[in-house]
Design a protein around this ligand. Sequence first.
Ligand SMILES: Cc1cc2nc3c(=O)[nH]c(=O)nc-3n(C[C@H](O)[C@H](O)[C@H](O)COP(=O)(O)O)c2cc1C
Length: 432
Amino acid sequence: MGDRDREVLSDDAPLVEHPVARRLPGRRKAGAASVSVDQQQVQSRVSGKGDADAESRAGDDSAFPDYLTPLELFARARETKQPVRICAPMVRYSKLGFRELVRAFGCDLAYTPMTVAENFILSKRGRDNDFSTNEYDHPVIVQFAAKHTEMLCTAAEMVAPYVDGIDINCGCPQRWAMSEGYGSALLRKPQLIYDMVRAAKSRITIPVSVKIRINLDFKKTIELAQTAERAGADWIAVHGRTPSMRHEPVILEGIKAVKDNVSIPVVANGDINSMLDVNAVAAATGVDGVMSARGLLANPALFGGYAFAPASCLDKWIQIALSSRIPYSLFHTHVMNMDDPRVLSKEARARFFATQSYDDGIAELKREHPSIQAHLAPLQPERHCEKVIDAGDEPNKKARRAAILGLPLEPELPANPSADADDSSDVALIPW
Ligand SMILES: Cc1cc2nc3c(=O)[nH]c(=O)nc-3n(C[C@H](O)[C@H](O)[C@H](O)COP(=O)(O)O)c2cc1C
């Protein structure tokens, strides 16, 4: 970290460093997260204490990825008593570039935006639009909206070679999702959650998790979490609001109730806007991980202990955006989301808001922060999910859907439901 960064470190939220570097030297096999591993080797990777025997037993080091897998991160959290720092799934926002940005500032694990499993399987365009990755995009969890075990498992099998886990969205309260039987609608169908988790666990070797919202009757939330655990879920993320809550404060007791009653790792979500919140929520609930959505949009550097996005964060975002050819509108939206006056003064924000090109936008940012270098990084090749279970994308969608589900032909799919899938209304969603 350079001096430039230190100047803007918050006094009250010191930088938290984990004992192990996120990238593990000498191990190089991105996407190899699904291997089964020797417990002692895991222990040595997690603790960072080299175990010569385990190292030599590893022999071919390609068996391990060069990063800590999600389960290793949770094991490390238990050892260090520091929760895993997680970027939440966010439709339109937690895309590849943003995941790279938050990882550069202390995020351990990142989720993709939710994608409807059915669209993922049946449409190449939908798949490519919602999911892209690259060699460095690890560890990453892809989140699916699903309501059929077979659809979920087929999508999971397709994407498994590219990611480190899959998650089932059981929390989205948006009207379209609920009426389609996705998201929060699943909270009333524990048997379906059980079936989907169990089936996915039997078909893929990477972890399967669920993200839920709470019920004010905590007993029901506990039962649901225990159901997911019995089915084999590897961890549970709990957004501490009910499906009908929007801006009310998160109910930490609901998250704690889950943590106290399951053995698998539990992740707390809701209103994590600083490292102070991270520490307070971890202390109040005992969770193994913390997940932030809007806090990271406003300050992608928050997990690094920064009180607001420093100039180095803007600089990194410029570099990522240029090197991965992010459309200017998305670049612009993310900068506007960093809405602290210490990032851009009111006047600079207004000037930046009016910009329509990288040249003009970067010039404005440099005017405000002369330390910004805006170095051009080499182009990053993106990967899409090329795996198709069997032939038949677009043209025979209906027939394929019916075949997967073993049903007669069904009505049309909604056009692109995942495009409206956020479950919070306080961040403007600008289509791009
Ligand atoms: C713009 C936006 C998009 C979101 N998209 C998703 C999503 O795709 N899947 C999901 O499970 N939750 C989604 N959420 C909800 C967040 O993951 C998170 O549960 C919620 O915002 C509460 O966390 P926060 O207080 O840190 O924002 C979205 C939230 C926002 C603001």
